[in-house]
Design a binder for this molecule. Sequence first.
Ligand SMILES: [Zn+2]
Length: 257
Amino acid sequence: MLHKWEGIVLKARAYGESNKIVTIMTREAGKVACMARGAKKPTSRLAGVTQPFMHGSFLVQRTSGMGTLQQGEHFNSMRHIQTDITATAYASYIVEIIDRLVEEGRPEQYAFEILIQALNAIEEGYDPEAITLFVDWKMLPYAGVQPILHACAGCGAVDGEFAFSFTQGGFICHRCFHLDPYIIRLSPTQLKLIRMFYTVPIDQVGKLELKPQTKQFIKKIVTTIYEEQTGIRLKSRSFIEQLERTPLLQREKKEEN
Ligand SMILES: [Zn+2]
């Protein structure tokens, strides 16, 4: 059967001398892997459209097992993401987290929307760090984590002072601080921001002007949830951390802006 799917290339790996196996997150069929014959050759008409981050329409022949990519046509080649090292780093992290958390074989509309909105936002020049945080929080349910953020995870109260508790799985109020000796106290602003990252649509998050230390703080919490509660550690996280520690790259980035 021949399928026409809208999708985004998550990754492509070499297969044999001239082929690639391409993993595409599609709107209609979820995550699919397919063989792109000859796509490793620069002259192949499949060479361009099988690059990571490519958003396009993909014609796939599949009966059972792995399909074969027949044709591809790109809507958006994500030029900024492909050429700006910071944008590439964050976008790599985003496609990796989607790839790790989404299983093949069934449509995943929610994850597809998060992916496409996030990459478009980075492509349009929104703060890639904030967009990545948004993806981290939004994808938690796919990792089997549903943090309790609307009320106290201990007693259900909605008023009072709050802290984040990893053992209680979300916010707890001052009346319940005794439940966890390792709580992370939150200011009302931090509380509101974390809630926002988890609940509001991406276009609102993208417009936020966040201080670097605020992003670092929120990132620390969500990264700890992934690492401690799901055991997921993403390769591209190390690249981002390296980038953040490299003053030369930071300087280059400023000069470009
Ligand atoms: Zn409580």
